[in-house]
Structures are given as C-alpha cells and as structure tokens.
Design a protein around this ligand. Structure first.
Ligand code: DC
Length: 224
C-alpha cells in the first residue's frame, strides 16, 4: 500500500509544462520522479513495433501485456529509469510524433490502464515520489500530499511544443499542432476510465504567460 504523505501528484494536459515542473520539483525535494506518460508512450511504441495497430482488440492487447515487462528501476545515480523487457527505454524514441499520434488511443483502453496502475503504484514503496500524468491525483495516488493541475491555453501549449522541434513533425504549422493537441486532450478528457480532469482537491496552476522560473516560484509557494 502507499503512504499518503509520500506523493506529489502533477497532472495536466499535453504540453502544459508539467514535465519540466515535475522534474524540477523532484530535484528540489530530492524525490524520485515518475513520468507516467512515458510508460503509456513506451507501450504504444512497443505495440506499433510489433505491427499491432488495432488497439480496440482486448485479446491482442491482453496477450501483448502478458508477455511484456515494463518497470521503473533505480540506476547507479539513484534515478528512476524505465525498462521494457530488460532494456532501458530510449525516451527520444517514444516521444516521436508517430507515437504521440497513437498514444491516447492506447491509453484509453481499460485493460492497459489497469495494467499500468499496478506498476505505477508499486513505485510508491521507494519513498518521496513526484509523479506526473493525467490521473495521478484522481486515480493513481488519490491520497497524495499535494496535487497540482498544471495547465495553459491551447495556443500557448502549441507554441511551447513547436519549440521542442524533436517532438513534432517537420514543417507542421502552429495551427495544425494546436489541433493535434486539442484532439489528444479531447480523447484524454472523454475516455471512460480515469479521464483527464483536476482532482477535487487539486490546486490549479495556470502557466500561461509565465516563465519556468515564475512557475517554479508559484509552486514553491504551494509545496513547501
Ligand atoms: O504526458 P504525455 O503527453 O507524454 O502523455 C502521453 C499520453 O499518455 C497522453 O496523451 C495520455 C496518456 N497518459 C494517460 O492517459 N495517463 C497518464 N497518467 C499519463 C499519460
């Protein structure tokens, strides 16, 4: 089981800046950092690699999950590192646009979410954990000590994502990217199991127009 005081939940929509925030909060608090989006991306990437694109087929998904091992383990620097079947996951690989285009379709499948939940919760035994995702405060760690919901306007998020050129298709326009982000948000917000939404007791942090330093100052005032 989880110790209620040992988790900080950081949720929010795509490209809201929550990863940057979560990583820095974890650094400042000397806590472990858990990026659950990367877990969903890794499974999506692995499915695509196997040529599985019918994400609605529970039998196929179930067989795939039964033969897959996804887990976070500590490396020599005491950082949590994601492993898939004993190989370190290449984070650049799973952040590619082709994976991004499919990840919400995989993440909405109840079978996948249940499988992830056990693996995410098991990280709680490590100690102080900053976990980021879409359902950390609502489902994964509902008793987390602090819950933040980091957000920004769709246009601001698209602008930020465009600046991370390795994660977007070459030549994509700001408007196209804003639409892709909005489509992904819609799937994440409307799925039946653990949709993206702020927990009732979360603090909303709107990062629109703020620099990273300003966001961190804001959060430092909350998470002491
Ligand atoms: O944080 P990210 O953009 O890397 O997440 C990728 C996708 O994974 C996101 O579109 C929805 C899904 N996800 C989820 O459903 N639940 C989480 N806790 C984290 C991510």
């Amino acid at each position: 089981m989880t110790n209620d005081n040992l988790q900080i939940a950081i949720d929010g929509p795509a490209a809201s800046g929550k990863s940057t925030v979560a990583r820095m909060v974890a650094d400042r608090l000397n806590a472990f950092y858990l990026n659950t989006g990367e877990m969903y991306r890794t499974i999506t990437w692995a499915l695509m690699n196997k040529g599985i694109t019918d994400f609605e087929n529970d039998e196929t998904l179930s067989d795939f999950l039964a033969s897959s091992d996804l887990r976070y383990s500590l490396n020599d620097q005491d950082d949590l590192v994601l492993f898939l079947d004993d190989e370190v996951v290449d984070i650049n690989e799973v952040r590619q646009p082709e994976v991004t285009a499919n990840v919400s379709l995989v993440a909405k499948r109840p079978l996948i979410r249940q499988w992830m939940l056990e693996r995410q919760r098991s990280c709680a035994k490590l100690g102080l954990l900053v976990a980021e995702g879409r359902d950390i405060g609502t489902v994964v760690f509902p008793n987390a000590r602090w819950k933040l919901f980091v957000t920004a306007t769709p246009m601001e998020r698209a602008r930020r994502r465009l600046a991370q050129s390795s994660e977007v298709e070459a030549g994509i326009t700001l408007e196209e990217l804003a639409k892709q982000i909005a489509d992904r948000d819609r799937i994440d917000e409307t799925r039946e199991v653990s949709p993206l939404k702020p927990a009732e007791d979360s603090i909303i942090v709107d990062t629109t127009g703020l620099s990273i330093e300003e966001v961190l100052d804001k959060i430092a005032g909350i998470v002491k």
